[in-house]
Design a binder for this molecule. Structure first.
Ligand SMILES: Nc1ncnc2c1ncn2[C@@H]1O[C@H](COP(=O)(O)OP(=O)(O)OP(=O)(O)O)[C@@H](O)[C@H]1O
Length: 739
């Protein structure tokens, strides 16, 4: 069973485990991060940083509980860091363990003394060209075996203090005993299964598991009688959980020149040192390596005490010790050698081309696109790309890329929703029931079902844009893009690149990477070519080719790009007249005039004006958050008679202005702009058969009344407003009986 287990489906993709794993032994698949046993060094970092408890350390406590219940001989091997792990004195803890059923509780510290002596002996025997490596720490051994296989031969082939203590216990108490190691380390759980030492220690518990066991068995330290260690007693070996403790116990630091012995502790320093040794940049005689800052910094010893407080507790305990038995006679008879195995296999590395391909998948085309933000858990984008290549990471683990992509998607769906809301139901959007409007609505429905080119004819503001959208959004291309190009608004020189795009470097000022044209953007959807009658003559030939061949060529491009685009064109020009005047190509006209309709001007749908007015008022009020208003009957009459040269757009704009400016609830005739009002006056007089003189007088009289209203009856201001001399103004007041 692996030491670090992954609970499936608990991973929330924070990649904290990837970030904190020193050897990147985490594989992310389908968004779930799991530990790869083959490269895991069991340091426990991933477990400690996972807030979701998705990484679990193998529990051995239930097996130990069963052993204790079976009344078998169970010898506990206690790591010296225990002095810093409990809120009780070491002797109270030992007493509780005895009460819990351990037959003997022995100290691993003595194992450290045996190992230290062996180091001393071996070091004196062989002086190698390369530095010798020692470590009581299984995380370091795993690291070397799995990730620095070339350094395996430099490890002094001696067991750890734990194994030395276990072998001694078996020598003293018999081979049939059960041995249980207890310490602050997760990696010890992997060491006991190593083929070179397996069988020496049956189970490895963490201090947390021991606390759980004591509490289950109701053996609280402090209640039971305090006890001493059994079997043997250590002195200096008790210092091995402190950095450099093992060399101190071996007496190596005093005998030989100090600079030949190096103690390396802590993850960062360990990684750097192993790299330096492997690359031969660093070669002292002997290096003692601890993955944590001493075992007192082990993954299961992260309590409220500082490292210094823990250190003090361990040292105090060493100082107090007066062990009854120091050297058991069996100590000289145990074998302390072991083997290390190079387990790592050299992985195939991706080529530069393969790395770049992987980077491109997350939008990284240039070095400046590589943010190296570390959010994926890897230090650099290239490291992550390598992990993707090795199947350890997923390409889309890139947070900035995903954010960018989801922002784009949100924007796209917002636009889609907006458009769908806007165009829900053509009949709701295209207002009017007159015969001409009904015909136009039917045309929209038919054109929507067809893929043919559509030509919309009509004066400015009649709704050609509205009809084009309605055709697109009611047809089977509605999920594709709707791209509008106003052919008259784009300068002739830019129109071609706007429509067809260009390749990088095709002209001075061309954008890096080239540019996609509107036709390509509209692929799968519709392109609406508004004001096609204003399209420059030269461009018309190119447009004809696109309509015939259904393919485009970018400026500066060397190949044709097929396009699947439905074309809707519109114009307010009379194209036949344009053809006669040689401004529009006849062949293009026939290509466009497949399904065509003339949209009626507003003056020809006067019966629709009341309902159109009402609907436009509602639309404008909703858009501008202004309270709704009504128009008086008189005003509606004016609207119905006015010729609306600017069509629905003119009506819409005027209503928008009135709704924003008029404060009363009803828009009446006085609120109308002068040009509308004057137009109505003159047409009324014409209809009533008045003479020109009469008409002029009436208009003049109305103008004076309006000027007085506007100036609150201030006659000199009113005269000024009308541009009349004061005496002339008075004459007119008199004439029109307004004095
Ligand atoms: N029958 C109608 N029902 C409701 N609104 C309409 C109707 N006809 C036109 N409109 C509205 O009038 C305004 C002008 O319409 P649109 O821009 O489509 O006109 P156009 O003919 O394309 O003008 P141009 O030729 O100047 O581009 C738009 O707000 C449109 O929604």
């Amino acid at each position: 069973m692996p030491v670090v287990r992954t609970e499936s489906n608990l991973c929330k993709r924070c990649y904290a485990c990837v970030r904190n794993c020193p050897v990147k032994a985490i594989k992310v698949e389908d968004g779930q991060a799991s530990v790869t046993e083959a490269s895991c060094i069991t340091c426990g970092a991933c477990k400690n940083v996972c807030s979701q408890q998705a990484k679990q350390i193998r529990r051995d406590v239930d097996n130990v509980r069963q052993l204790l219940e079976k009344d078998s001989t169970v010898v506990a091997l206690m790591a010296p860091a225990f002095a810093a792990a409990f809120d009780y004195t070491p002797y109270q803890v030992l007493g509780a363990m005895k009460e819990a059923g351990f037959s003997q509780v022995c100290e691993v510290a003595y194992g450290a003394e045996l190992v230290a002596r062996e180091y001393n002996r071996m070091f004196a025997d062989k002086r190698l060209a390369e530095p010798l490596l020692t470590s009581p720490c299984p995380a370091v051994i795993n690291l070397i075996e799995k990730h620095y296989p070339r350094l395996v031969s430099q490890l002094i082939p001696v067991v750890s203090p734990m194994i030395a203590a276990a072998r001694l216990a078996r020598k003293i108490y018999g081979e049939r005993i059960n041995t249980v190691f207890i310490g602050p380390c997760v990696a010890k759980k992997s060491e006991i299964n190593h083929p070179s030492v397996s069988g020496d220690v049956d189970y490895a518990l963490t201090f947390s598991e021991l606390k759980e066991l004591l509490s289950d068995r109701n053996c609280t330290p402090g209640i039971a009688a305090p006890a001493e260690f059994d079997g043997w007693g250590a002195t200096l070996g008790g210092a091995f959980p402190l950095a450099g403790g093992l060399l101190k116990a071996a007496g190596l630091e005093n005998d030989i020149l100090a600079e030949q012995f190096v103690v390396v502790e802590g993850r960062q320093e360990v990684m750097e040192t192993l790299h330096a040794i492997e690359t031969k940049q660093f070669s002292p005689a002997l290096i003692d390596i601890l993955y944590c800052r001493g075992c007192i910094d082990g993954p299961d010893l992260h309590n409220s005490q500082s490292l210094n407080q823990r250190k003090k507790k361990v040292i105090d305990f060493i100082r107090q010790r007066r062990p009854a038995v120091k050297e058991p006679p069996e100590a000289g008879k145990i074998k302390l050698s072991r083997k290390f195995i190079a387990l790592a296999q050299k992985a195939l590395q991706p080529s530069e081309h393969e790395i770049r391909d992987i980077l491109k998948a997350t939008g990284k085309f240039n070095v400046s696109d590589e943010l190296n933000c570390g959010a994926c858990g890897y230090d650099t984008c290239r490291d992550k790309a390598k992990a993707v290549y090795h199947g350890l990471a997923e390409a889309n683990m890139c947070l900035p890329f995903l954010l960018h992509k989801s922002e784009q998607e949100i924007a796209h769906y917002r636009q889609e929703i907006q458009l769908m809301e806007t165009f829900q139901g053509i009949s709701q959007q295209i207002i009017g029931d007159s015969k001409k409007v009904k015909t136009a609505k039917n045309f929209v429905l038919k054109a929507a079902q067809s893929a043919s080119t559509v030509l919309l004819l009509g004066e400015s503001g009649t709704g050609k844009g509205l009809f084009a959208r309605a055709i697109h959004f009611s047809g089977n291309r509605k999920d594709g893009p709707f791209i509008k190009v106003n052919c008259s608004a784009i300068p002739e020189t830019l129109l071609e690149s706007e429509l067809f795009g260009y390749e990088e470097g095709s002209f001075t000022g061309a954008q890096k990477g080239g540019k996609i044209g509107k036709f390509e953007l509209a692929n799968g959807g519709t392109i609406f070519l508004d004001e096609i009658g204003d399209m420059p003559f030269n461009m018309q030939a190119k447009m004809l080719r696109v309509l015939q061949e259904r393919e485009i060529e970018r400026i500066g491009g060397h190949h044709s790009i097929p396009i699947d685009v439905r074309v809707i064109a519109a114009t307010n020009r009379d194209l036949r007249e344009e053809i006669k005047a040689n401004r529009f190509r006849e062949d293009l006209y026939y290509r466009l005039d497949v399904l065509s309709i003339s949209i009626p001007p507003l003056r020809e749908m006067a019966s629709d004006i009341p309902v159109l007015t009402q609907s436009l008022i509602e639309r404008i009020c909703k858009k501008h958050h202004v309270p709704p208003k009504k128009v008086s009957e008189e005003v509606m009459g004016v609207f119905c008679r006015y010729p609306w040269p600017g069509n629905v757009r003119e009506l819409e704009n005027m209503l928008e202005r009135l709704l924003n400016l008029v404060e009363e609830d009803i828009i009446n005739i006085d609120h109308l702009p002068a040009h509308l009002w004057q137009h109505i006056q003159s047409s009324r007089y014409l209809a009533s058969g008045h003479s020109l003189d009469n008409m002029t007088s009436e208009v003049e009289r109305d103008a004076i009344i309006n000027a007085l209203k506007a100036t609150k009856n201030n006659r000199s201001k009113a005269a000024k407003l009308l541009g009349l001399h004061r005496s002339t103004f008075y004459e007119k007041l008199k004439r029109y009986d307004l004095l």
